[in-house]
Design a protein around this ligand. Structure first.
Ligand code: SF4
Length: 145
């Protein structure tokens, strides 16, 4: 409950700050549990090895990168994700993860603007999770408006 409130307040404060950025300055960072567990592709943070079969949301993130020219990375660990958001050229972030990870990510990214989008569980936590991509795309479009 506390995490949900904090995320909602963060998203509201980001909207009020009215941060805008260029496509190359926007990072979409998503949790690795969105990759289908049965997928045999060994993905690193760039997810370049994804075959785009469409059986999980990783393809949709790559499509977003192609469509808008934004940066898209998969978080393969907390430390790696924290380093990625601190890269100088990154001005704003759309973070896609569970509430616990979103809370950590918001604090790790300060003072950069983060719009947080919560994943949903299909069967069990941290496995084969899903996300409403229209909500991710809305956040991308808001930063690029
Ligand atoms: S879209 Fe297909 S190839 Fe890419 S990570 Fe998902 S299941 Fe694997």
């Amino acid at each position: 409950m506390i995490n949900r409130t904090l995320i909602a307040l963060n998203n509201l404060s980001v909207r009020l700050r009215r941060t805008r950025c260029k496509p190359g300055e926007l990072l979409v960072l998503f949790s690795r549990c969105l990759q289908r567990s049965a997928c045999e592709r060994k993905l690193d943070e760039t997810v370049a090895a994804c075959a785009r079969c469409g059986k999980c949301p990783v393809k949709d993130f790559l499509d977003l990168a192609d469509k808008y020219g934004i940066q898209v990375f998969m978080a393969t660990g907390g430390r790696q994700a924290a380093a990625r958001v601190k890269v100088r050229g990154v001005k704003a972030i759309v973070a896609v993860a569970c509430e616990k990870e979103l809370r950590s990510g918001i604090f790790a990214s300060l003072p950069k603007a983060v719009l947080a989008r919560k994943i949903a569980w299909r069967v069990e936590a941290c496995k084969d999770t899903t996300i409403r991509m229209e909500e991710v795309e809305e956040a991308v479009r808001w930063f690029l408006r």
